[in-house]
Design a protein. Sequence first.
Length: 250
Amino acid sequence: MNNSIERLIDGMVASLRQEIIPQVCTGFARGQAFGLIYMLNSLRLRAEWSREFVLEQIRPQVELAGKLAPLLADTAPALPKAPTPELDLHALEALRDTNDARICSLIDWTAAKAAIGLSENAFHVLCLLLAAEDRQLSPSDLSDLVGTSRANMTKIIESLAVSGYASRREGKHDGRRQVIAITESGKAATLAALPTLSRPLKMAFSSLTAEEMAQLDALLRKVVVSFDNGALELDATTIFGNPAKEDDHG
């Protein structure tokens, strides 16, 4: 229970017992005062019981998190959290609701993976191929866009080829250059999985108005164009400058 409420009830009970009841002359009034003390003590017990009730609801959430943690990949959504001793009733209720939302996100994430039966990187490759000109890209381009090594991209492409979702082809202008193209099966599997995968994104942006979404879309498109037009490779020195040089001048 909130400590301030607990102190308030204790103070009211103490005042009734020590200051008011001794001054009351009639039995009826004294009975009413004792009734008020009983009500206040009941309120305090109920508040403490309510906290325990919420803790009982949080306990299975935490147990679920403990069992799932060793099984999930690093890219999985956040797991439910355990309560800390200082949390009052309202904070515990908020934690319970947050944990419920996290469990729902985990369910959506698991359903999305099951819907297509591929790893996150493999699905990313299919989306890139689907959006690319002529529905094809080179292995090196895919590696750079996904942000994985050439060796790992080779494994991803092989798994997609085995599944029938992608195929290897010769480049149009250079027969020695290999490109990866999405197949009709790959296109169908990607489009089928999109509704499930897009649900968390829709929830994340649900508070934006139509006008705000249009502004965000325009800004993101400008960023993409900036990178496509040859933006500088960014590193810590590019963004923050070189502290050592600044110190030399300073």
